[in-house]
Design a protein around this ligand. Structure first.
Ligand code: IPE
Ligand code: IPE
Ligand code: MG
Length: 238
């Protein structure tokens, strides 16, 4: 952590595509769900580390709208793990001033999970130290289509629609765009994650599988981020 003190800019919002649970399990001759279970433990540790860095926004991608294409057993298993582990997550969030948000659609999720998520959001809504957004049953295209649908339903007139208004209809309304997107597991794509919000995000890919992702990896990603020059379309300073 000490090295980071020398860095000029830390990201305010880091969003992570937690990929590689299945391969991690396979390497050990374990069922894929064992990888997902280990993945949740990694997520808990990662939250603690980002809290130590005082990074105020962390977003974790846990289940995409395309992940419904997986076998039913795996899907049900993932939701069961989320449901089981949410309780302790909420306790931790309460104790540490973390506000939990959900990015994605509640529809389609098991009812018990929907209820637990609702409670988690309510219980933590006034916490201000860190915003932890959990993206599950989340798809970037779905989010944009939903936003368009709500704009129309609310009768917003076309001249009133601009980027600033539109973004308020996304699941991330009130959450700043990610400065840094990290993807573990070696694939170099976004897989429908925050496709609107990532317009100017710095992207960091690592081959490390999500259950093996730890403090050293986080530090590496933050150091690389600190070396990037963000221009947002302007010119570099002379
Ligand atoms: C990421 O791990 C978690 C989810 C998508 C739910 P994967 O399950 O995609 O793991 P790999 O990519 O098969 O190793
Ligand atoms: C992306 O991982 C989704 C999550 C990490 C939740 P996938 O494993 O589903 O992505 P693809 O299929 O390799 O693009
Ligand atoms: Mg994967």
């Amino acid at each position: 952590m000490t090295k980071l003190q020398n860095l000029k800019h830390l990201p305010q919002h880091v969003a992570i595509i937690m990929d590689g649970n299945g391969r991690w399990a396979k390497q050990r001759g374990l069922p894929r769900l064992a990888g997902h279970r280990q993945g949740v433990s990694t997520a808990q540790k990662v939250v603690e580390t980002f809290m130590e860095y005082e990074i105020p926004y962390l977003t974790l991608y846990a289940f995409s709208t395309e992940n419904w294409n997986r076998p039913k057993r795996e899907i049900e298993g993932i939701f069961k793990i989320l449901e089981e582990r949410l309780e302790e997550g909420v306790k931790f969030a309460r104790k540490n001033g973390i506000r939990i948000c959900h990015l994605g659609k509640p529809d389609g999720l098991p009812l018990r999970l929907q209820e637990r998520v609702k409670r988690a959001l309510e219980i933590t809504q006034n916490n201000a130290r860190m915003t932890l957004s959990l993206a599950f049953n989340y798809g970037g295209r779905d989010e944009i289509v939903e936003a368009a649908r709500r704009l129309i339903t609310e009768g917003i007139s076309p001249p009133k629609i601009n980027e600033k208004v539109f973004r308020q209809y996304l699941y991330t309304a009130n959450i700043p765009d990610p400065d840094l997107i990290v993807r573990t597991g070696g694939e170099m794509r976004l897989s429908n994650f925050l496709i609107w919000q990532s317009a100017y995000a710095e992207i960091y890919f690592t081959p490390v599988l999500w259950p093996d992702f730890g403090n050293e990896e986080i530090e590496k990603a933050l150091i690389v981020y600190g070396q990037r020059q963000r221009r947002f379309g302007s010119l570099p300073p002379d």
